[in-house]
Design a protein around this ligand. Structure first.
Ligand code: NAD
Length: 402
């Protein structure tokens, strides 16, 4: 994602210099090391990061990423995205994010649990005070959130927990639910197409990718291409998503070799004839190089930060619409808000109600974005940013921060 270009946004709206200064500077950054003594000969150390970008609207909320590539810079960017996402969706949260640098797919359970317990130990003040509230992100799962809960003993300190221990029914599917609903709105109202006559390709078959594909498939769209870290598959008649759920049951399992498909290259995937492309895996995949090959007419950002600034410039020049991450993938944090609220109040919400709440929020904000786009004659990303910025500026004024 191209993060806010303030010079451009100032052409569209009034932004006090003081607000720009605050939003350009993360409020709090913590870097620490998780050190595990394995035996007398061996100690292993993992870098860990927590960033609060801006907490004017409430405690820092954002997922925890487990990846061998995660860096301080990346966590900073994701925390910033969370500030604009929470503000856009009208949630009482600031922008936060954390990361631990290790490969979750190569770690045994014993070490993984020890790493997470050490993470809680190192930031227990942040967690117990409710200042930072983690949730699953790339590489982390509901089970990992249950370990955090097991250490803090307070259900409101972490969201995305398994349902059986106070998680929210529907939280697992929530991000994909929101992405698929955003895609549906984009298909019907921007592309003006019937969803049943729409081809979609999805990068990522983890939590976000699989549920996005599942819901769109249920709505009647044809999912023709899927791409994960192990392989890329294509079937022009449409892939059977329910069979794929059995073939690759978890984020760790690859779709590679799925029988009713042909294997294609990354170059072929991005240049497929399709209506919609949904990046739902990692960041920086729509770049100067990939963007010019893309034939999709609508991009719905399921992943955080999948499009570089240069990539987006090319897409817009080619008339391709982009529903940005901080709108399109907000279903997860919307559900997390209900989980957090229920943990505090003792209330319970069923899955059907959770999906309705997500759809309704996405609907409302989609039309606010469309109205802003018409009024400002701006891109979709700029239009949604204008809504987030308006809320953040108002809140900073209310708190006499600016
Ligand atoms: P996940 O770990 O469940 O799945 C990741 C998927 O991406 C897997 O299919 C994996 O094979 C694939 N992948 C990993 N590296 C890849 C690569 N280099 N090339 C192609 N595919 C690759 O993660 P997730 O929770 O689905 O998160 C995916 C994206 O969605 C991330 O950007 C994350 O920040 C964002 N997101 C997640 C949530 C959530 O609730 N989980 C919420 C909002 C945004």
């Amino acid at each position: 994602m191209a993060l806010i270009k303030f010079d451009r946004m100032k052409e569209l709206m009034d932004i006090p210099r003081t607000a720009e200064t605050l939003l350009n500077n993360p409020e709090k950054e913590i870097k620490f090391s998780l050190n595990l003594k394995m035996n007398n000969e061996e100690i292993i150390c993992f870098d860990a990061f927590v960033v609060y970008h801006n907490v004017v609207l409430g405690p820092a909320k954002g997922g925890i990423r487990f990846s061998p590539y995660v860096s301080f810079g990346e966590v900073r960017t994701f925390a910033e995205i969370m500030t604009y996402k929470n503000a856009l969706m009208g949630l009482p949260f600031g922008g936060g994010k954390s990361g631990i640098k290790f490969d979750p797919y190569k770690m045994n359970d014993f070490t993984r649990i020890a790493i997470i317990k050490e993470y809680v130990h190192m930031i227990k003040e942040e967690l117990n005070s409710g200042a930072y509230i983690p949730a699953p992100d790339l590489g982390s799962s509901p089970q990992d959130m249950s370990i955090i809960y097991g250490e803090t003993h307070r259900p409101e300190t972490v969201t995305g927990k398994p349902v059986i221990i106070g998680g929210l029914p529907g939280r697992l599917q929530a991000t994909g639910r929101g992405v698929s609903h955003a895609a549906k709105l984009g298909i019907e109202n921007i592309l003006k197409k019937d969803i049943k006559k729409t081809d979609v390709i999805v990068q990522g078959f983890g939590n976000v990718g699989r549920w996005t594909a599942y819901f769109l498939h249920q709505m009647g769209a044809r999912i023709t291409g899927l791409y994960d870290i192990g392989g890329i598959i294509y079937n022009k008649k449409g892939l059977d998503i329910e069979k794929l759920f059995k073939y690759a049951p978890t984020s760790k399992d690859s779709i590679k070799g799925f029988p009713e498909s042909e294997s294609i290259s990354a170059e072929q995937f991005f240049s497929l004839e399709t209506d919609v492309l949904i990046p739902a895996a990692v960041e920086n995949v729509i770049t100067r190089d990939t963007a010019s090959a893309i034939k999709a007419k609508l991009i719905v950002e399921g992943a955080n930060d999948p499009t570089t600034a240069e990539g987006e410039e090319i897409l817009l020049k080619n008339g391709i619409h982009v529903l940005p991450d901080f709108f399109a993938n907000s279903g997860g944090v919307v559900a997390s808000y209900f989980e957090w609220r229920n943990a505090k109040s003792g209330n319970q919400t069923c899955e059907k109600e959770v999906f309705e709440l997500i759809d309704k929020k996405i609907d409302t904000v989609f039309w606010q974005g469309m109205e802003a786009r018409k009024r400002l004659k701006a891109s979709l990303r700029e239009s949604f940013f204008s809504i987030s910025l308006g809320t953040l500026i108002e809140a900073m004024k209310a708190r006499l921060w600016i």
